[in-house]
Structures are given as C-alpha cells and as structure tokens.
Design a protein around this ligand. Structure first.
Ligand SMILES: [Zn+2]
Length: 360
C-alpha cells in the first residue's frame, strides 16, 4: 500500500501572541484502501508553545474504537484484597517507613484522613507517599473531595517542612500514577511527593524557559499562555476557585488537561482553599476520564521554590492505557523513539467533552 505525502495540501495555521506561538500544520497522507479506493487521511502537527516540541494528531485513528474502552473496565479480581496492602490503615504502622525525626518527630504526617510517610524506595533526597484515606480500591471519579484535599494539603505541609530543613531542595513535585497501567505499583490510591537539590529534566527546562520569558516580556509564562487561551476560548474548560482549566493545545498524552493557578508561584502563596479547588478540578477531570471508559491516569504538579517567582503553579493530567487484560500501551515507537506524542483527537474536542464536568 503506497503512502503519498502531498506537501501542496499543507495548511499552516500559525497564530502569534507577542512571544508564544500556537502553531498548527494540517496535511493529508494518501493511501489506497483495501477496496481499491484512494483515501486522504488527515494529520495535524502542533508545536507546543511552552516546550517547542511537536506532537501529532492522527485523526483517522480516532474513528476506530480503541479496544478496552467500550466501557469502564471492571475492577481487578484482587481489588478487595486488603490483607497484603501496606497502605491500608491496619497495616500502615507495621509496613511503611517513617520520616527521620529532624523532618517529623512523629514519623508520619496526618492531615484529616490522609497519612504521609517516606517512599520505601526513594527517587531522590526527599521522596514521600501521601495517602488520601483508607479506601483501598477507589474507582476513578468516585473519591470524596475532602480526601483529595487532605492528600494535597499533606503534600504541601511535607514540602514546607523539607524547605525549612533543607532550603536547597527547591525542585519539588507532586505526582500521581493511578493504577498500574499508569505506573502505580500499588492499587491503593496515593500521591508521590518529591523534593531535591537536583532538578529533573522538566524542572530544569521550565526554570530556564520561565525565567527567559519573563526577562524578555516582563510577563509570566503560564499567565500569558492562559491569556491567549482565554481569548481563543476553544480549549477553555472551566474554573475551580482561582484554578483555570483547559485542554492542552499540543498534548503530550491522551486527553491532556491543564489546571493553571495564575499569579501563584510558590507553596507559601497557596492557602488551603487553593488546594481544595485543585482537588475539585482533579476530581472533575477524573469524572471526565471515567466518561471516556478510562480508568488510569497520571498527574503532575511541578514546583520551583528557588525564589525565582517566574513559574506559576500548573497541574497536568493525562489518561493512560486502561488497567485491564490485554490492553495495549498508549506509548508506541512513535512516542518512545521519535519523541512525538501521537494522539487521536483534537484538544478542542477534549475541551468540549470535558466542560459539562465543570458545570455540575
Ligand atoms: Zn490498601
């Protein structure tokens, strides 16, 4: 089967703000179908306004129903098996490690129903796990707002303790791998919390990009991004408190959604109600993902506590392959080897489908 790229069909839809570029390029790939009929398959390449990385939207794949997403998968057969779970309350004391006394004399931190303790297998200088509550298997989109709020607040309190103990550990992150298909090693829902003196790649990139942007334009990167998106309106989803939610213009994961907290660049500037509003947006996103028949996702909130004051708080959520038997991975040779995310539907459609979950 021949594949012909017709460069004459390229439509460039470049839009510019003073500094950020939202670049879209659309073209077709011609194939001859098994029936002998020629067909032009639409493809779009978008350039990420923050990173400059490209991603692809292969619209024709969106027409095929992805196996395993016809309905929300049933819970795994061992979903009720709490006996071996170190994160269930009855076993926490015996099975989870404790923070050193210089960080927390009590060993573990509690906030409402949430418990926080160090990761048994740390990824950096400060690496902890924050449980939401005693719910062992919590289906996506069914968690209580208070439990997510407590889980986030416990992370915030831990990171503030780390900062007073080690002011050089300024590269921080809160992440979530919901279900093993997203990288979660235990079913019991939890957040990971990280702080280190050495930045991860994304933190190093964002630190430089946000500083350079502010130096050149006088404005903060994510506020400007948001301003463009507000004018466009195509990918805006809604607000929870001061958090603004939108579908990512150039996704790096399926159904990628961002929450931006404009004007807030530090943990110290985010009082409790900001964390509750964050939790509400995360739960709205989960309910949206559930409506798509998806049960796994990743979440990431990166923080720079280096005093630079350039990088505003932004949380990113993406769906992952379902945690169910024989579901294929969502990352293929295209993502792993070529480095371009290849997703199947337009971010504008993601926003349209997600909006009802912010209006309830
Ligand atoms: Zn458990």
């Amino acid at each position: 089967m021949g594949v012909i790229f017709d460069s004459s069909e390229i439509i460039s839809l470049e839009r510019k703000t003073p500094m950020l570029q939202f670049k879209q390029e659309r073209f077709h790939s011609r194939i001859v179908l098994p029936t002998g009929v020629p067909a032009d398959r639409p493809i779009e390449i978008r350039t990420h306004p923050i990173t400059g990385r490209t991603c692809r939207i292969t619209y024709s794949r969106g027409e095929e129903r992805e196996p395993g997403t016809e309905a929300l998968p049933a819970p795994p057969p061992f979903a009720a098996d709490r006996d071996q779970c170190p994160f269930c309350r009855a076993r926490i004391a015996a099975c989870t490690p404790q923070l050193p006394p210089e960080l927390c004399p009590q060993g573990r931190m509690t906030r409402g129903a949430s418990t926080l303790f160090p990761n048994l297998f740390p990824y950096g200088r400060y690496s902890a796990v924050s449980l939401f509550d005693d719910g062992h298997f919590v289906e996506i989109g069914t968690a209580a707002l208070q439990s997510y709020t407590d889980g986030f607040l416990n992370c915030r309190d831990y990171l503030l303790r780390v900062l007073s103990h080690d002011p050089a550990a300024v590269f921080m992150a809160i992440t979530q791998n919901h279900l093993p298909s997203a990288g979660g090693s235990l079913l019991h829902p939890h957040l990971q919390v990280q702080a280190d003196r050495t930045p991860a790649n994304s933190q190093r990139f964002l630190q430089g990009r946000a500083a350079e942007y502010r130096r050149q334009s006088g404005a903060r990167l994510f506020s400007e991004y948001l301003q463009y998106e507000r004018q466009s309106g195509q990918r805006s989803i809604g607000a929870t408190g001061s958090w603004q939610w939108l579908a990512a213009f150039a996704p790096e994961g399926f159904f990628e959604i961002w929450g931006i907290l404009p004007g807030v660049t530090s943990l110290r500037e985010a009082p409790d109600d900001h964390w509750q509003a964050l939790a509400q947006g995360v739960l709205n996103t989960q309910k949206f993902y559930r409506s798509l028949g998806r049960n796994g996702y990743n979440l990431g909130l990166l923080l720079l506590e280096d005093g630079s004051d350039d990088l505003e708080l932004r949380v990113v959520l993406t769906v992952r392959s379902n945690y169910a038997p024989w579901v294929r991975s969502d990352f293929t040779g295209f993502e792993v080897m070529l480095g371009d995310m290849a997703t199947f539907s337009a971010p504008e459609l993601t926003a349209e489908k997600a909006r009802p979950f912010w209006q309830r």
